[in-house]
Design a protein around this ligand. Sequence first.
Ligand code: 3EB
Length: 330
Amino acid sequence: MIQGCENPQIDPLPRRAPRVSYRFADVAGTLNEPGTLALFGFAAGAPASADPRYLQVALESFDTPAPLELWQVDGPVSCGRDGALRWASGGGWLFAAIELDEREHGGPDATAQRAYEQLHRFVAARDARHVLRVWNYLGAINQGDGDAERYKHFCDGRAAGMGDFFAEGFPAATAIGHHGDPHRLQIYLLACDQSGTRVENPRQVSAWRYPRQYGRTPPSFARAMVLPARDALAISGTAAVVGHASAHHDDLSAQLDETLTNLEVLLASADMAVGFDTHSPLKAYVRHPSDAPQVSDFLQRRLPGVPILLLHGDICRSELLVEVDGWRYA
Ligand code: 3EB
């Protein structure tokens, strides 16, 4: 072998983060734009499309009409279906989504297990196998008392189904209760061919270390994920949890303040500048529709100009009234 002729090992350029935005536009036209990796409509009023990149999220928006959520990447996008799963990939990124009916799989635990097994099998065979962010929407999330609560069963099934899916660390995630068909489990994810950097919140116990009182199987998510080029932070569902405890039971205004403090501390832990901005979209999940105006007023006052989608969703602890997730671009 001739010395010195090997290809030098050059690190690949980091992948630019997908651009996530809310838009009032038509589904077909937006799907036709170059670089559309995924497109989301919200609940019953959302338009339909058979395109695998389009997902009708089972959460109602408090804004009517609701905007679409658009994910755009660099480069051409291909897409398809694989059993119950649909996917799109382009520019090093992968979107994958699965929707299962619990009646066909036997309860929230078995259904979550199936869903995670199928996502794992599919993603593990792709170049983009680093899962950075996952969204989980299930029906009647707080139904059942104590260990019998459906969210706890979901956590069991998720852990059973993931196997070594997240061996390199848990992704950032959201788990919210929807008010659509109670048997419908929706899970979608964003993966990349490069890994991200996990971020925890120093004010909060890491979710996978929650004590037994919150369930047999602790939730498996990171508080946030810095994307490979360090150009964006994917923020997990963030609520008024301090340490491991829910703060300010049933006090909306205090929970909103605490949630914002958690978000600010999370940005600091990710070495990001303080505050949100007009191109960093957030979602607020609100348990009681009658609270939506107060949540909206608070967020407009404290985060002026930030795009916020207000959705009707139940937080996985019944004493929590509001949760926020989203994106912060650097
Ligand atoms: C919390 O801080 C709120 O089970 O994937 C937030 C984000 C929460 C994700 C999940 C749960 C999950 O514990 C709950």
